[in-house]
Design a protein around this ligand. Structure first.
Ligand SMILES: [Zn+2]
Length: 370
């Protein structure tokens, strides 16, 4: 843990200041904003942006797309590029229509709590206006790319971080996210190639919350490694393998990497199709690996998606990136799997049944634990 002694002193000073403030101030705190009282989700139903959804209604599903996203720290740039909610809505209405045009019925948006861009009210409006089912998550990102400082400060005081974070996850799944009236339908976690202590605490919290609520865990992995370790850790804490999808296996060209995760009984997300070329993994390599894994009987453990970011908070990307990068990402769109990847899989012998298994049955079974 970085800079703890400094953090400790700063926190202690803040505490003393806060205590002094409380002592001299008798002004009562403003009443909390009213939170809509939500009914418990009926057993077997999924939390969607518009309320309980039958797993049978998921249909053709993309399991990992972001309507809006930003890395932490974007808000320091907000004087130049503040969050334009209306622009985000307009951009994502187009995205939902493009998804509908290729038959997509459900989109899972696993934007973590501690990055920018999770906007449950936006999901609600998009879903209402386009008819696309949207499921969002509760979760925390990696130590490097998330916002661990808030939590790590609490560790200094001996707080059981996993317990505290699991309370947050459980509350967002059972009672809703803040005052939005939207409940999270799944849990999102992320890990570095070698899991840090902080990330282990977050993963442990995810398993506690899964045991309490029954929702699936969707993950982010870095680079071409880390998936087997992440799966192993989640399972060692008692996660249900049928409700775990290890994400971003598209980061690796090596089919043995993907096999080593599948051998643990969990699902994998080839969920950066169109984006992985940026990391040196062309889509035709991923297609070849999916074809081989389907032949080996793994079609019931594979899900396909793009990890698109359809609206960036802060300055836009990749529009201002160098042309070769823009070129590499030319297929990073919400309809790429349907328009390009599925035809390529079929051309190499993947059957219609196997496609339906990956796009419809597997997302449903991830929620059902089948
Ligand atoms: Zn993502």
């Amino acid at each position: 843990m970085r800079g703890f002694s400094k953090v400790f002193l700063t926190t202690l000073l803040s505490l003393l200041l806060a205590l002094t403030f409380i002592a001299v101030s008798c002004t009562p705190a403003a009443p909390p904003e009213s939170t809509p009282k939500l009914e418990p989700t009926p057993p077997g139903m999924i939390n969607s942006a518009l309320g309980p959804l039958s797993p049978d209604k998921l249909g053709w599903t993309l399991v990992h797309e972001h309507f809006c996203f930003a890395y932490p720290g974007w808000f320091a740039d907000a004087t130049i590029a503040p969050y334009d909610r209306e622009a985000a809505l307009q951009a994502n209405l187009k995205v939902c229509e493009a998804a509908k045009a290729v038959g997509i019925q459900t989109i899972i948006d696993p934007t973590p709590n501690d990055t920018g861009g999770r906007d449950p009210l936006l999901y609600k409006e998009l879903s209402k206006r386009t008819g696309i089912n949207i499921i969002c998550t509760t979760g925390l990102y990696t130590e490097k790319e998330g916002s661990p400082a808030y939590w790590e400060t609490r560790m200094v005081f001996g707080t059981d971080l996993s317990k505290m974070i699991s309370e947050l996850f459980i509350k967002e799944i059972t009672e809703g996210i803040g005052t939005t009236g939207v409940k999270a339908g799944a849990i999102k976690v992320g890990s570095s190639p070698t899991m840090t202590e902080y990330e282990k605490a977050v993963h442990k919290a995810a398993v506690i919350a899964q045991k309490a609520t029954g929702v699936p865990i969707i993950t982010h992995t870095e680079g071409p490694t880390g998936g087997p370790e992440q799966a192993e850790f989640l399972l060692s804490q008692g996660a249900d393998p049928k409700k775990v999808m290890i994400g971003h296996v598209t980061n690796s060209k090596d089919i043995n990497y993907q096999r080593s995760i599948l051998l643990k009984g969990v699902s994998v997300g080839f969920d950066r199709l169109g984006l992985a070329p940026l990391y040196g993994v062309p889509d035709d390599v991923s297609v070849q690996n999916i074809v081989t894994l389907c032949k080996e009987g793994y079609a019931n453990k594979i899900m396909l998606s793009h990890d698109t970011v359809n609206f960036w908070l802060g300055r836009p990307l990749p529009a201002d990136a160098p042309q070769p990068i823009v070129q590499l990402l030319s297929k990073w769109t919400i309809d790429h799997v349907s328009r390009d990847i599925i035809p390529a899989l079929k051309a190499q012998g993947v059957t219609d049944d196997q496609i339906k298994t990956m796009m419809v049955d597997n997302p449903k079974n991830l929620f059902l634990g089948k």
